[in-house]
Design a protein around this ligand. Sequence first.
Ligand SMILES: NC(=O)c1ccc[n+]([C@@H]2O[C@H](COP(=O)([O-])OP(=O)(O)OC[C@H]3O[C@@H](n4cnc5c(N)ncnc54)[C@H](OP(=O)(O)O)[C@@H]3O)[C@@H](O)[C@H]2O)c1
Length: 220
Amino acid sequence: MTALAILGGTGNEGAGLAMRWARSGYRVIIGSRAAEKAERRAREMNVELGADLLIGMANEAAAAAADIVILSVPYGAHAPTLRTVRDQCQGKLLVDLTVPLQPPEITAVNLPGGRAAALEAQALLGADVAVVAAFQNVSAVKLRQLDRDVDCDVLVCADDADAKSTVLELVTAAGMRGVDAGPLKNAVAAESLTPVLLHINRVYKVRGAGIRITGLDSAV
Ligand SMILES: NC(=O)c1ccc[n+]([C@@H]2O[C@H](COP(=O)([O-])OP(=O)(O)OC[C@H]3O[C@@H](n4cnc5c(N)ncnc54)[C@H](OP(=O)(O)O)[C@@H]3O)[C@@H](O)[C@H]2O)c1
């Protein structure tokens, strides 16, 4: 069974994905800076799911125990968290869903020094880690509605074709449609759409605006 470690899975975005994947048959490990917090959140999610499916560990142990590592922390914690798990991630796939927001101005695009958080992750982790950018445009509010599919497409950007296919499967398992959105450098576009969606949420007084790619109905 494929083991997934969600670093920062104690937070808003990671928790919904964690429960969706656990329900779909993946072995899911919640990661946190504090093992006790991870264990507590995993227990709470198990209660919500009515089954003993998730476990919690400190981020380093979670990354070591996993086949695939998912990074779900605020941008300010992105590089510091990656540095703590650099060794444990070697030879593995890392899914980065970080959006480089610059609070309090979260409705404006912020291009970080490395152009995209996912590109910065690749540079920090090195060539032996296959970094895939995905899920940046999916609202945590929608993910937490476990009884519903999420009304949002997921752009998946990666340089490694096998890693991209694996993450497209993860998207389906979480109840969404994944779309191959090109190489990792296209994460600049995917990450930049999120502040636009946050602006739309604010103007139209909605929670969880998302994106849909049109014209794919006749795709082969
Ligand atoms: N929320 C959304 O709707 C949404 C949608 C799309 C993308 N995203 C992106 O997904 C990522 C996670 O978002 P989120 O809403 O889940 O964030 P969050 O709830 O604020 O934080 C997630 C986890 O990150 C860890 N963390 C927080 N501050 C930290 C720090 N200073 N140093 C180290 N770790 C820290 C915490 O885990 P521990 O305390 O357990 O270590 C926390 O539970 C972000 O990059 C966000 O832009 C979010």
